[in-house]
Design a protein around this ligand. Structure first.
Ligand SMILES: [Zn+2]
Length: 287
């Protein structure tokens, strides 16, 4: 099926408008210690800004397990800025970590098995739920490959094992090392009409390092039904899902309009060499 240029323009406009609202509503909740430890809990709560400062702390500590081509690998060079800080070639290429602060970058550790669970609103038609499930799984498998992280899908991965996203589920705190993904019907008042995704992350701070403990992410069905079909490396439902899920794997927005992590996804967006380097860094935290 081919689209007329007019159709394509209209579609692109709609997608641009939709994705412009994507920055909204990401909150990170930080814990100073796990329960049972001496330090006080819930000391930090701050906005998940998606424009973390620099990849250089991750590059310095990095134990990259993904094989990178030269275009991506050369972006891992770092330079002193003169004030004791470092800037990386990757920062200059426009890529940002989702969170980097005095605790360094927020990254999942390599030895952690990250369990993902897919919950879908029962109000969404069964055929669409099946497509959402398969697109989400396919994106998770791509992110697993691109980061080298140990990502597995447990709940909600098949029709027989379907899990519905209930009101209680959508506000519950996932267990340790779980990413709970909720597909919410766009008619549901839980999400604002302009809101495409909202994530809450719980993090652990230990020895000056921060690691995610669990994550809950809500994806609006409008994210799914506005996009054309397609693969992860061009404009598609899968690329939009990859954009959202990459945030909870530690990647913020890119300043490069060609990147799938740019706040507005366009027809020529792709996973650029800088995005591949960032994804490899997202999986570079040694245990
Ligand atoms: Zn985003």
């Amino acid at each position: 099926m081919t689209r007329s240029p007019e159709d394509r323009r209209r579609l692109l406009k709609r997608i641009s408008l939709l994705l412009a609202g994507i920055v909204a509503g990401l909150v990170l909740v930080g814990f100073l210690a796990r329960p049972g430890q001496k330090e006080p809990e819930v000391a930090l709560r701050y906005n998940f800004t998606l424009d973390g400062k620099s990849w250089s702390p991750a590059i310095k500590e990095g134990n990259i397990r993904v094989e990178l081509d030269w275009d991506a690998a050369k972006l891992l060079a770092t330079y002193p800025t003169g004030s004791g800080n470092f800037i990386s070639e990757l920062d200059l290429a426009g890529s940002n970590p989702s969170v980097s602060n005095r605790f360094g970058n927020l990254l999942w550790p390599q030895c952690t098995r990250i369990t993902t669970e897919i919950f879908i609103d029962q109000d969404i038609p069964a055929a669409t739920r099946a497509q959402m499930r398969s697109a989400t799984i396919s994106v998770l498998l791509s992110l697993k490959e691109l980061t080298g992280l140990d990502v597995v899908v447990t709940k909600g991965s098949s029709e027989r094992g379907e899990e519905f996203s209930t009101a209680a589920q959508r506000i519950s705190t996932p267990g340790d090392n779980i990413i709970a993904i909720h597909w919410v019907d766009k008619e549901n008042t839980l999400m604002r009409p302009s809101e495409l995704a909202a994530a809450t992350m719980w993090a652990t701070h230990k020895r000056g390092q921060q690691t995610p403990r669990s994550t809950r992410i809500r994806l609006s069905s409008s994210l799914f039904d506005t996009m054309p079909e397609g693969e992860i490396d061009r404009l598609s439902k899968k690329m939009a899902i990859a954009h959202e899920l990459s945030h909870v794997f530690g990647i913020g927005h890119s300043n490069n309009p060609d990147s799938y992590m740019y706040p507005v996804i366009a027809l020529n967006s792709s996973i650029t060499p800088a995005d591949r380097a960032a994804l490899a860094l997202a999986g570079s935290r040694a245990c």
